[in-house]
Ligand binder design. Structure first.
Ligand SMILES: C[S@@+](CC[C@H](N)C(=O)[O-])C[C@H]1O[C@@H](n2cnc3c(N)ncnc32)[C@H](O)[C@@H]1O
Length: 203
């Protein structure tokens, strides 16, 4: 993806309508792209939100992510991380990171929902413990072959977060194989989850 903005920006905006939605606008908070790859979502989001933290575990993806950020002249709006998703999420809510993250995108459809457990108890010792803090909107991608894919994906989210999450907005992204949907679920992190007893130890 060594191409400059318009293509990347338009493609990502079309593919990921949730990017930059909600209260993460230029005047509001920032975004966290947990599985950013070479950066289509992070780059598109950086044009809509105040600041973006972008992460990928793969150093080669990170190398191209950094090149794409430069090509798009977004060095001052995107900070890059090369670490595991759990550590990244924990890290962006630590007090060392000053930009409040109000939108989190998790685009690893096979596994992303399994990483949601990191949000359980995230408020302890973190930025979100501030009483006035806005809970983040999470956009998590997943696959489902179930007869009712929305119900199936919602159940997986509830199971990982250890709570029944209400008001989950679900949209079907596309059919990836006969009977297999890619979905995106969007919801606000419940306060009860953020302040729950953590079942994951942050590194
Ligand atoms: C489906 S790609 C998404 C890329 C990008 N969001 C896009 O739309 O093109 C998933 C990315 O997650 C990264 N990844 C896989 N496991 C990870 C982990 N545990 N922590 C962080 N990144 C991971 C992969 O290296 C890959 O680049």
């Amino acid at each position: 993806m060594a191409t400059a903005d318009p293509v990347v920006g338009r493609a990502a905006a079309a593919a990921y309508p949730e990017v930059g939605s909600g209260d993460g606008g230029e005047s509001g908070g920032g975004g966290g792209d947990v599985f950013s790859g070479v950066g289509p979502i992070a780059i598109s989001a950086a044009r809509k939100v105040k600041y973006v933290y972008a992460n990928d575990l793969n150093p080669t993806a990170v190398e191209y992510l950094e090149r794409n950020i430069v090509l798009n002249k977004l060095e001052r709006k995107i900070e890059v991380f090369n670490m595991d998703a759990r550590r990244f999420i924990s890290s962006i809510y630590s007090s060392q990171h000053v930009h409040p993250v109000t939108q989190v995108v998790m685009n690893l459809p096979n596994d992303a929902a399994e990483f949601l457990d990191v949000f359980r108890g995230i408020s302890w010792n973190h930025q979100l413990a501030v009483p006035s803090c806005v809970m983040p909107n999470i956009h998590v991608y997943g696959f489902s072959k179930a007869e009712d894919p929305e119900y199936d994906f919602h159940e997986r989210i509830n199971l990982t977060l250890g709570e029944n999450v209400s008001d989950v907005e679900m949209h079907r992204v596309r059919l990836v194989a006969p009977g297999k949907w890619m979905l995106c679920a969007s919801f606000t992190l419940p306060v009860s989850v953020a302040f729950a007893k953590p079942n994951y130890i942050a590194c």
